[in-house]
Design a binder for this molecule. Structure first.
Ligand code: GLP
Length: 244
């Protein structure tokens, strides 16, 4: 779907998430959300906070799994995704702290494989992801699955692409301060979500959006693997959809 602007688009995504949370709550079931960071989902989170405050939307039945985190990364750091999620969402809603999962950027190197295996297991134990929110990087990454990530990739430690580090440079006051690696759910992990909502705003995303939607499926643009998923909604503003 292409919307006039990202505000209208984000409100519609938030409404869809709110409906799902309430539907699952009415059934006495948890609602498992896969959450993303970056500038793309911020308005969705703001709208969910508003729905919590003004419309009584409760997150008591929500279980969340974030896609990724820089590595290494202290949770208290300005650029950590733990901090981002608190700031935009978790500090303002009634989600149970024990239901929140974000890859831990402090896990010792030698424990990473086991940690990632456990992250996947926790998703399975929660019943799998009902709805996965995604942004897209200019390299065609989803989560931090950079070019070269295949459809069977799982949660793991990856090396960030140069383009991604350039794009993150301003957050870190210089590219040299951007971590070289990150923990991310795999493409395979993401594809197991029952529903996927990918958001992209602005002309800077138009070219990669076109490759994702119309291009050949290839690990040089990992987002193209979404073409094989049965329930993906691509939510764009006019600028991001301009090349389609
Ligand atoms: C980061 C995140 C991705 C996100 C991408 C796009 O690399 N790890 O999950 O999709 O950036 O960011 P933005 O939404 O700010 O354009």
């Amino acid at each position: 779907s292409i919307y006039a602007d990202s505000e209208e688009a984000s409100a519609s995504v938030a409404a869809q998430i709110a409906d799902l949370i309430r539907e699952r709550a009415a059934e006495g079931q948890p609602c498992v959300l896969g959450l993303a960071t970056g500038s793309s989902p911020t308005r969705v989170y703001e709208e969910l906070v508003r729905l919590h405050r003004e419309d009584g939307l409760s997150f008591q039945n929500v279980v969340s799994f974030n896609l990724d985190e820089y590595y290494p990364m202290a949770p208290g750091s300005l650029q950590s995704y733990v901090r981002f999620m608190r700031e935009y969402l978790f500090d303002h809603i009634d989600i149970r702290p024990e239901n929140v999962h974000i890859p831990d950027g402090t896990v010792p190197k030698e424990q990473i494989n086991e940690y990632c295996r456990r992250y996947e297991e926790q998703i399975k134990e929660a019943g799998g992801i009902d709805l996965q929110l995604l942004g897209i990087g200019r390299t065609g990454h989803i989560g931090f699955n950079e070019p070269g990530s295949g459809p069977a990739s799982r949660t793991r430690l990856i090396t960030l692409d140069h383009v991604t580090r350039t794009d993150a440079a301003s957050d870190f006051y210089g590219e040299e301060n951007v971590p070289r690696r990150a923990l991310t759910m795999g493409v395979g992990t993401i594809l197991e979500a029952r529903k996927i909502v990918l958001m992209a705003w602005g002309e800077g995303k138009a070219a990669v959006v076109k490759r994702m939607v119309e291009g050949e499926v290839t690990d040089s643009v990992p987002a193209t693997y979404l073409q094989s998923h049965p329930d993906v909604q691509v939510v764009l503003d006019e600028a991001a959809g301009a090349d389609l």
